[in-house]
Design a protein around this ligand. Structure first.
Ligand SMILES: Nc1ncnc2c1ncn2[C@@H]1O[C@H](COP(=O)(O)OP(=O)(O)O)[C@@H](O)[C@H]1O
Ligand SMILES: [Mg+2]
Length: 296
């Protein structure tokens, strides 16, 4: 009897559960899943034995909040706000293009991110160790310091204490990095014989071997022909997509490069005018250019 009562009770419970299920839309019954990119980042963090850093990995590597930067002597007539109320985030694994006319404040923004200049207002957060921030300036003459291309790339490794012992792993890493920027066979080339574009690529190879986690790359492609520019951009993307999930700010004037960038921000006169996916920002700028051409 007790058994029959329990079975009846169980049947009622089952019926109730079925009724409840039928009124809950199917989509809410599924266990929510993290977006694909976040899942990939978690896997990468776990495989790199960085599981404790998962929440840090999910925070943007770079956050600029209401950033204002003033250049020139404070209080003097030449002091001016070069950046005004700039908000920008770059996540782990993201390559973020930064565009705008000459003098609009792109290099100044990179200077603020790498801590070279202090904001007059707002905040800058860079969530990687300082020695994991790599900067390649626009002027290639400032990039290369060692006598040969290979020594310059290896310098980035020795700066973090790596030595080439018996297995020659530094040489292998240097050759591989040079290959990725289309400079295979250049390890012994004297730096004095390199063109501006080759110097830029040597500097990028240095950031690749050093496993930088934040890459700040200032208008590199102005010195590069389209094929070399594409190779460099691909190498930077690989750093972002790889196990380190680097975050990169890629300053450029070339709209086609936006197709390879996750997000993009257009600055004019120190203010953000436009931001969104690389494709969206490219389309909008092309639209502006068309309007200007029509109005002439
Ligand atoms: N060291 C400096 N002292 C004073 N003004 C500067 C300095 N560096 C840059 N500026 C000024 O800041 C503005 C933005 O410069 P910059 O960030 O180099 O622009 P962009 O990289 O977009 O061409 C320009 O008007 C420039 O003249
Ligand atoms: Mg600049």
């Amino acid at each position: 009897m007790a058994m029959a009562a329990r079975t009846q009770q169980q049947q009622q419970q089952q019926q109730q559960q079925q009724q409840q299920r039928s009124v809950v839309p199917r989509v809410f019954c599924r266990t929510p899943r993290a977006p694909r990119r976040k899942r990939a980042l978690r896997r990468q963090a776990a495989s790199a034995d960085m599981s404790d850093d998962v929440s840090a990995m999910q925070q943007p590597a770079i956050s600029l909040t209401h950033l204002q930067v003033t250049r020139g002597q404070p209080g003097s007539t030449d002091a001016k706000h070069v950046l005004v109320d700039v908000n920008l985030e770059v996540g782990r694994g993201e390559i973020h293009a930064l565009l705008g006319p000459n003098g609009c404040g792109k290099s100044t923004l990179l200077d603020a991110v790498r801590g070279k200049i202090k904001p007059t207002r707002g905040e800058v957060h860079v969530r990687v160790p300082t020695d994991k921030i790599a900067f390649v300036p626009q002027n290639p003459d400032h990039n290369v310091v060692m006598p040969t291309a290979g020594a310059d790339v290896a310098f980035a490794l020795s700066a973090r204490g790596e030595r080439d012992e018996d297995d020659g792993h530094v040489m292998k890493a240097v050759d591989y990095a040079l290959e990725r920027v289309r400079l295979e066979g250049f390890a012994c080339a004297p730096t004095g014989t390199l063109s501006g574009g080759q110097r830029q690529r040597v500097a990028v190879a240095g950031t690749l071997v050093a496993d930088a986690e934040v890459l700040l790359l200032d208008e590199l492609t102005s010195y590069l022909d389209p094929e070399d520019a594409e190779a460099v951009l691909d190498a930077v993307r690989a750093s972002c997509r790889g196990p380190r999930a680097a975050a990169a700010i890629w300053v450029t004037h070339r709209l086609d490069e936006l197709l390879k960038c996750d997000r993009a921000t257009y600055i004019d006169d120190g203010k953000v005018l436009l931001s969104g996916s690389g494709t969206y920002v490219r389309e909008r700028i092309l639209g502006w250019q068309e309007e200007v051409a029509k109005s002439r």
